[in-house]
Design a protein around this ligand. Structure first.
Ligand code: PMP
Length: 437
């Protein structure tokens, strides 16, 4: 039992009586970092959490991505309160939905039409249905280690959550469904080409995280997305980008409009799935793409998708407010600078202690893998020291640094982190790395 967190321990024991595994998402359990009670938080503001024992933490989880402006950002909180006072759920259209749809389209030009849903899982699930309706084909090709939510089709050789827990495929998914999914290694155009040669005529879509966030942060090799789009279209299939993590993470736009990719036209997808940041911390998802494809969706077309909560005024208001904050000039450069400083500090503390560490930084986010080789695909991410990560994680937690409890998850900077937070974190890492020797 942790001396510093008796209330968390007690609440965990009680939660276990009522909530399966004591958590409402398996990635929140500490199973992958040696087990025991996860920390029960009671309050969050800016870059900080306070737990039920009144310990303070600097937070790099950012709720797995959405909290890019820090917790309880006043502009977003105000928007949510205003929306709640006006009624939380209408079941009718509202003008707010048009506003957020316009903002998304302006930032991501491949979205001719969008539809709001309630989660990233729903968004991805529906892009697959729409792609199947449009192409009248069934198979999906995806990449090992990319996570696309927990729907049947994409939980085959999925990424962070399931691989952390050592479940390659979930139970309860019929093999007939798994047979409709082909998984190939990320950054391997040869493997994609082979898969398309064999199954191309039956393939509805190739689904990818254009910048990966689920086995660490991983950039596509130069030419990978161009090649993926070309090969997929030659096979008559659609390209689907899962930008649930990547949209608005690196700049005001998505991976498909990110400056690093010179030829945006050559990498534009047919459909895009969105979530996380676009809801400003409330439940949301969205999908969109080319007009004639999106017109497959009911009420215009034969592909059905609906939602009682979809487009609710609170989520949409929070999303609009979050994107407004992210339009402030210099905001992404600042997160980039803080992440660079933190990554450099972590590398230095690792070197001082002779600990091999590989950091993949993309703007204000990075992953830190305990290994001495690059991480550019899932196999390399698996081949890293999970036990060492678990020990590091616990030493950081005990010093008030909150990380995701999995070696596959990213560290996310927010607009609320300060230079001082980074320095405190590097000092904690120095102690944690020394403990790993
Ligand atoms: N796609 C990606 C790339 C994700 O990272 C996630 C969640 N981590 C999802 C889809 C699923 O989103 P949600 O948890 O909102 O269902």
């Amino acid at each position: 039992m942790n001396q510093n967190r008796p209330q968390s321990e007690a609440l965990y024991q009680e939660a276990l009586q009522h909530i399966v595994g004591g958590v409402n998402s398996p990635s929140r359990s500490f199973k992958a970092v040696g087990g025991g009670a996860p920390v029960f938080m009671k309050r969050a503001e800016g870059a900080y959490f306070w737990d039920v024992d009144d310990n303070r933490y600097i937070d790099y989880l950012a709720a797995y991505g959405p909290i890019i402006t820090g917790h309880a950002h006043p502009h977003i909180t105000e928007a949510i309160v205003r929306a709640a006072a006006n009624g939380t759920l209408y079941g009718t259209p509202t003008e707010l939905e048009i506003t957020l749809a316009r903002m998304l389209k302006q930032a991501i030009p491949s979205l001719d039409k969008v539809r709001f849903v309630n989660s990233g899982t729903e968004a991805v699930m529906t892009t697959i249905r729409v792609a199947r309706a449009y192409t009248k084909r069934n198979k999906i090709i995806k990449f090992a280690g990319c996570y696309h939510g927990h729907s049947d089709l994409v939980l085959v050789a999925a990424g962070s959550g399931p691989s952390t827990l050592g479940i390659p495929d979930s139970a309860g998914i019929p093999t007939s469904i798994a047979h409709e999914v082909i998984t190939v290694p990320f950054n391997d155009l040869g493997a994609l080409e082979q898969a398309l040669q064999r199954w191309g005529n039956d393939t509805a879509a190739v689904m990818v995280e254009p910048i990966v966030g689920n086995f660490g942060m991983v950039m596509p090799h130069e030419g990978f997305l161009e090649g993926l789009c070309k090969l997929t279209r030659e096979a008559g299939a659609l390209v689907i980008y899962d930008e649930v993590i990547s949209a608005f993470r690196f700049h005001y736009g998505s991976a498909q409009t990110y400056a690093t990719f010179a030829d945006h036209a050559a990498i534009e997808p047919d459909l895009t799935a969105l979530g996380k940041i676009i809801g400003g911390g409330l439940p949301i998802g969205a999908y969109g793409g080319r007009r004639e494809i999106m017109e497959q969706v009911a009420p215009l077309g034969p592909a059905y998708q609906a939602g009682t909560m979809a487009g609710n005024p609170a989520s949409i208001s929070a999303g609009i407010a979050c994107l407004e904050v992210l339009q402030e000039p210099g905001i992404y450069d600042r997160m980039d600078a803080l992440a660079s400083k933190l990554a450099a500090g972590l590398m230095e503390t690792a070197r001082e202690n002779g600990i091999p560490l590989t950091i993949n930084q993309i703007r204000g986010s990075f992953s830190a893998h305990f290994c001495d080789h690059p991480v550019t695909n899932y196999e390399q991410a698996q081949d890293t020291d999970g036990e060492r990560f678990g020990t590091f994680f616990r030493h950081m937690l005990d010093q008030g640094i909150n990380l995701a409890p999995s070696k596959y998850e990213a560290w996310f900077l927010t607009t609320a982190h300060t230079d001082e937070d980074i320095e405190t974190t590097i000092e904690a890492a120095r102690v944690a790395m020394a403990a790993l020797r």
